[in-house]
Design a protein around this ligand. Structure first.
Ligand code: NDP
Ligand code: N5H
Length: 257
């Protein structure tokens, strides 16, 4: 039997280390037979990725540098992917950033610069990436981003990132409408708390993870592999009728009042 993504070229953005959600996604996509292209911002992440791929005996088709804060960097990255790989069938966007000091205390204290930075890296980047990727997605496919419940509800401490994720989720819907006519679907996975490098050092994380164990229908937290499999589903033809959707992978926590 052929695998779900056999012969498909998928771009994965946002592996920083073994704990990254994008690494869980990488394993799922690889097991489904995809050819993988990676983008990193920091050299440190590139080094970690190379080691991880080696350890897991996964061959990357290409690794390119991409800072989503920079239009030229995005264009260069996708130009290089076009030249070296050609057609792509999917993109996984697993990138976000906000100043750490604005992920605590009152949202009302958010600075103008901090607000714009969170929006730029965590929301606008999906718009810019979709525009660049579309040119290479000539056979259609799926774009999937990562979001969090703090977009829908006030989750203390998520603050400026909650507003950026609300913008990201609205972008998923507007982009889904734009891309639909090209056979490109745009969706998001809304994961429960997962201990990653980004989550490290932010206050409130343990508290949020404990509430899931206490209150979510499944009474446990989710992991990167579960987010990976849901993302694989949305990227693949299994989800061919689904676009503009936010799929919660959170042990069912979002249904609890
Ligand atoms: P990681 O720290 O592992 O990944 C964050 C990634 O963002 C890093 O790879 C980092 O790249 C990248 N990044 C930041 N700024 C830029 C930039 N300017 N250009 C390109 N890449 C950039 O954390 P997670 O895996 O937790 O985060 C991945 C996604 O999942 C985020 O969107 C996050 O909001 C979302 N999410 C996370 C949850 C969690 O509990 N962990 C829950 C729900 C959603 P580099 O290292 O090269 O700087
Ligand atoms: C309610 C919570 C806990 C509080 C809020 C956490 C928000 C985290 C999101 C952002 C992406 C974290 C962030 O930007 C951290 C940076 O300021 C500092 N870290 C770094 O620079 C590292 C080295 C790099 C790799 O990180 C990035 N992002 O580039 C939410 C949690 C329960 C769930 C959660 C953690 C959600 C989420 O969106 O990640």
């Amino acid at each position: 039997m052929t695998k779900l993504l056999e012969g498909k070229n998928i771009v994965v953005m946002g592996v920083a280390n073994e704990r990254s959600i994008a690494w869980g996604i990488t394993k799922s996509l690889h097991n489904a037979g995809a050819n993988l292209i990676f983008t990193n911002r920091q050299e440190r992440s590139y080094q970690k990725l190379v080691k991880l791929l080696d350890k897991h005996e996964i061959q990357a088709k290409l690794i390119v540098s991409c800072d989503v804060a920079d239009d030229e960097s995005i264009q260069q990255a996708f130009n290089e992917i076009g030249e070296k790989v050609g057609v792509i069938h999917g993109v996984v966007h697993s990138v976000a950033f906000a100043n750490r000091d604005e992920l605590q205390g009152e949202y009302a204290n958010t600075s103008r610069d901090g607000f714009l930075l969170a929006q730029e890296i965590s929301a606008y980047s999906l718009v810019a990436v979709t525009k660049a990727a579309k040119e290479l997605m000539t056979e259609g496919g799926g774009i999937v981003t990562q979001t969090y419940l703090g977009a829908e509800r006030v989750i203390p401490g998520y603050n400026v990132m909650g507003v950026a994720k609300a913008s990201l989720e609205a972008s998923v819907r507007y982009l889904a409408e734009d891309m639909g006519k090209y056979g490109i679907r745009v969706n998001a996975v809304s994961a429960g708390p997962i201990r990653t490098l980004s989550a490290k050092g932010v206050s409130n994380f343990n508290e949020k993870a404990n509430v899931i164990v206490e209150k979510a229908p499944l009474r446990r937290n989710v992991d990167q592999d579960e987010v990976g499999d849901a993302t694989l589903f949305l990227v693949s033809e299994m989800a061919r009728g689904i676009t503009g959707e936010v799929l919660h992978v959170d042990s069912g926590f979002h249904i609890i009042g």
